[in-house]
Design a protein around this ligand. Structure first.
Ligand code: SF4
Length: 125
């Protein structure tokens, strides 16, 4: 095994709210016994898209020895897992990710989704 970046979950801080599950495009995080877990390390690419979704600051990136990230494992995992997917919506306009590209964001202590059409006016006022 080589050293690489991978997500670290602080179980003491994790409340099991599940907000970090859907930002992970690889499906690497699941809630098990009330806590977020990286279910298989080869599914986590260490990109950290889940970090901003956590209201508790329970997620971070660490560098340590871990199995290499595997796109093939991700493909098989996403193909085989049961459909538990919940379509997300933009907090500003309410359009779903089926109509718009959504990005994770933080506002007033909340983890939210914003679409690419609503984001520029929010940035520039
Ligand atoms: S978002 Fe944070 S608190 Fe919620 S399940 Fe994920 S790690 Fe736990």
């Amino acid at each position: 095994m080589k050293k690489r970046q991978i997500v670290k979950i602080d179980a003491d801080r994790c409340t099991g709210c599940g907000l970090c599950v859907s930002p992970c495009a690889e499906g690497a995080i699941e809630i098990i016994d009330g806590k977020a877990r990286v279910i298989r390390e080869e599914l986590c690419d260490g990109a950290g898209f889940c970090l901003g979704a956590c209201p508790e600051g329970a997620l971070s990136i660490e560098e340590r020895e871990a199995p290499e990230f595997s796109e093939q494992a991700v493909e098989e995992h996403l193909h085989n897992r049961p459909k538990t997917y919940i379509v997300q919506t933009c907090f500003n306009c309410g359009r779903s990710e089926e109509k718009r590209i959504l990005l994770p964001c933080r506002k007033d202590g909340q983890s939210l989704w914003v679409c690419t059409r609503c984001l520029p006016p929010l940035i520039h006022g």
